[in-house]
Design a protein around this ligand. Structure first.
Ligand code: M6R
Length: 607
């Protein structure tokens, strides 16, 4: 979603800002802009469309040493240049960029309009520069503080004042901001990614904090005025380059990185010789693990699908009552949370607002919640305090692929650890651990020889819509397959537990309706194959994802795709791979913007 960069220092600010915005492109956006302080005015340039268009529009003669830049993902007001950030006050001496939503913007706008302020955009953000102007008495930090005290909602914002060259004021409430320290220069961004090439020394702002940033460093205070000092974090070097390498798209590269990303996630954590697993980041003693009465796993989108697999594993392997729930629903149903519950919050970005809201709901009620997160130092990781990093490395494509398999991997490791502490014998634990450690090689084996993907894609793109079904953990995989094909290829898809088809959805099956059936060779295989027969009898054309060697299952498909054999709970790590490839190749065949599908953002920081 929206991205923020800011810079004060000796470098030429447009170069730093435009480079930073390029690095934030993967988050998803629809317009971009920068504001650069000049001697007599603030130069603003904004464009609808890719950052490339903004770069073309910025005059090479524009120079300066203080500035802010933004990529906007429209929420309030259409995708227009007037709605793009930065926004300015009436006399154009203050420029503001903002991520998040000002919930009381209508009331604030009405009051300002009564006082004669003329608005130039439809955005919620524009109330900020006007409010700040109204409250400005010479001290920029205090003007921003006073304005934000009147604001309800979420913000990560940055403000520059013509009167104060060499200064940026920024503030955070529910929308991430990170400060970067340089030598006689300071950086600001909504995502450490934008800073990776500039500095490794960063500080994460917390909610309701404001900062005055200068070339010498920064001064952080709380919204109520109290001074704060935060320790410097070092950005991890191993985070990786995030470029496409030899691949045409990030998505394809990330699909093919799964053997390594899974190996990183599992290695050192699964300990077959002990029949168990170790996750130091959870910091749970055996006694505490035995005392857990219920596990809740929360996430959104793909992370929710990984949570579903995790809940199956927790219950089946560790025998702890478990459930997975969409984070945005969980937080608003006033859930009961007991002291012996344990929650996991699953998130690739670690910035998803809905998941963050669910975490806060657990914490407000005295519950324990641990992160299963990819991005190190992200808001969710820090808010949870304890948890597991999944170590996928940078995931740039909007469609999540390698993060899914690593999230499932981490949840399987946690399930094994809890299981071994509670009821699982060393022999069974060892077997499960060994099977888990074989997965990276099996993923490689499959990706080297993925089967008739293009034939399947031809079938999947030939109908009006596609059904995905499976049972047990394979239903979670079916949901993930449907989400991938929708978001990357814009093909309408539905997913169901296979047995649900006959309770209504089967009415939609007619001659040639494409169906994807996920049928690994597990306890649900025979029942799912009966469901395949039922849709075939009504004319559906079926792509069957089955276990290698299971020829009977394969024969029921118009297209059959075999994946290596694995125990049922581990099978999603393999059955999901063809789903990812279907989405990628269907997107390619239909000419979609694979890495940045329309309307979507990588990091969903608004509710
Ligand atoms: O960063 P998160 O894992 O918290 O993001 C959650 C969802 O927004 C994300 O998984 C989304 O569904 C992806 N686009 C799916 O490919």
């Amino acid at each position: 979603m929206c991205g923020i960069v800011g810079y004060v220092g000796p470098r030429n600010v447009p170069d730093v800002l435009l480079d930073g915005l390029r690095r934030l492109e993967y988050r998803g956006y629809d317009s971009a802009g920068i504001a650069v302080l000049q001697a007599d005015d603030i130069a603003v340039c904004r464009r609808v469309g890719p950052v490339g268009k903004l770069i073309e529009a910025v005059s090479p003669e524009l120079t300066g040493h203080t500035g802010i830049g933004h990529t906007r993902w429209a929420t309030h007001g259409g995708v227009t240049e007037a709605n793009a950030h930065p926004h300015m006050d009436g006399p154009e001496r203050i420029a503001v960029i903002h991520n998040g939503i000002i919930e009381n913007h209508q009331a604030l706008r009405a009051r300002l309009q009564e006082e004669g302020v003329v608005f130039r955009s439809e955005t919620d953000t524009e109330v900020l520069p006007h409010l700040i102007r109204k409250l400005y008495r010479g001290d920029p930090l205090e003007a921003v503080r006073s304005a934000l005290q009147l604001v309800q909602g979420t913000y990560g914002c940055a403000v520059v004042f013509l009167d104060h060259p060499g200064t940026i004021i920024a503030a955070r409430n529910g929308s991430p901001l990170v400060l970067g320290k340089g030598n006689g220069e300071s950086f600001l961004a909504s995502d450490p990614h934008a800073l990776a090439a500039l500095t490794r020394e960063v500080v994460y702002l917390e909610d309701r904090e404001l900062v005055r940033i200068t070339t010498k460093g920064w001064e952080i205070t709380r919204l109520d005025g109290a001074k704060i000092d935060h320790a410097i974090h070092l950005l991890e070097e191993e985070w990786g380059s995030g470029d496409k390498g030899a691949y045409m798209h990030h998505m394809l590269k990330e699909i093919h990185e799964q053997p390594e990303s899974l190996r990183r996630c599992l290695s050192g954590r699964v300990v077959p010789e002990e029949g168990g697993a170790r996750l130091g980041g959870l910091d749970l003693s055996p006694r505490e693990i035995v005392a857990i009465r219920r596990v809740g796993i929360l996430g959104c989108g793909t992370s929710f699908h990984a949570s579903l697999v995790g809940a199956h594993a927790m219950e089946q392997l560790a025998r702890i009552p478990s459930f997975a729930e969409i984070a945005s629903e969980f937080r608003y149903r006033n859930p009961l949370i007991e002291p012996d519950d344990l929650f996991f919050a699953v998130s690739q970005s670690g910035e998803t607002a809905d998941t963050m809201g669910a975490i806060k709901e657990v914490q407000v009620k005295g519950g324990r919640v641990m992160g299963i997160v990819n991005v190190v130092g992200s808001s969710i990781a820090r808010t949870c305090g304890r948890g597991v990093y999944v170590h996928s490395g940078p995931e740039i494509a909007v469609a999540s692929t390698k993060a899914f398999t690593s999230q499932v991997g981490a949840l399987l490791v946690a399930s094994l650890m809890f299981a071994r502490t509670r009821a699982l014998g060393p022999h069974e634990g060892k077997n499960f651990g060994e099977e888990l450690l074989k997965v990276p090689d099996k993923v490689r084996e499959y990706l080297d020889n993925p089967g008739p993907i293009l034939k399947a894609v031809e079938l999947l793109t030939s109908g009006k819509y596609v059904f995905f079904f499976g049972r047990g953990v394979s239903h979670a995989v079916a949901m993930e397959g449907a989400l991938k094909l929708k978001e990357v290829a814009y093909v309408p898809c539905m997913s169901y537990p296979a047995a649900e088809m006959k309770h209504g959805p089967i009415a939609l099956i007619d001659a040639k309706t494409p169906v994807v059936a996920v049928v690994p060779d597990d306890i649900m295989r025979d029942k799912t194959l009966s469901n395949v027969q039922e849709v075939r009898a009504r004319g559906a054309r079926v792509v069957v994802i089955h276990t290698e060697g299971d020829h009977e299952a394969g024969r029921l498909g118009d297209v059959a795709i075999a994946v290596p054999r694995a125990p049922s709970l581990i099978s999603p790590l393999l059955t999901v791979l063809p789903m990812q490839l279907f989405a990628y190749h269907a997107g390619l065949a239909l000419g979609r913007d694979i890495d940045r599908p329309r309307n979507l953002a990588k990091s969903v920081t608004v509710e």
